[in-house]
Design a binder for this molecule. Structure first.
Ligand SMILES: [Zn+2]
Ligand SMILES: [Zn+2]
Length: 92
């Protein structure tokens, strides 16, 4: 999948695979959802811009990072609600 910033392959495919699998296996259980809203996956960091890359479980595509103080934000692509990962969480 291509990076939403520069179009190159900056994402960590392994993390992405794990995340997609966990969505399928656990169907929005507590580690993949926050109040019923799916937690976005941090799929990596753009090699060229240093910006964080997200994978949205709604539109199933890579999106730009949204900086917010709220736990819930809108996907820049599909405008569906997504939950931010807990600050210290390293795996989705
Ligand atoms: Zn990139
Ligand atoms: Zn989306």
């Amino acid at each position: 999948m291509k990076c939403p910033y520069c179009g190159e392959n900056c994402v960590d495919e392994y993390i992405l695979e794990l995340y997609i699998k966990s969505l399928k296996n656990f169907k929005m259980r507590k580690n993949t959802a926050f109040n019923g809203i799916p937690i976005v996956c941090e799929a990596g960091v753009c090699k060229n811009t240093g910006k964080r890359i997200w994978y949205c479980p709604h539109c199933k595509s890579l999106t730009e990072y949204v900086d917010s103080f709220n736990a819930i934000v809108q996907c820049p692509n599909c405008h569906e609600k997504i939950a931010l990962p807990a600050t210290n969480r390293t795996v989705c």
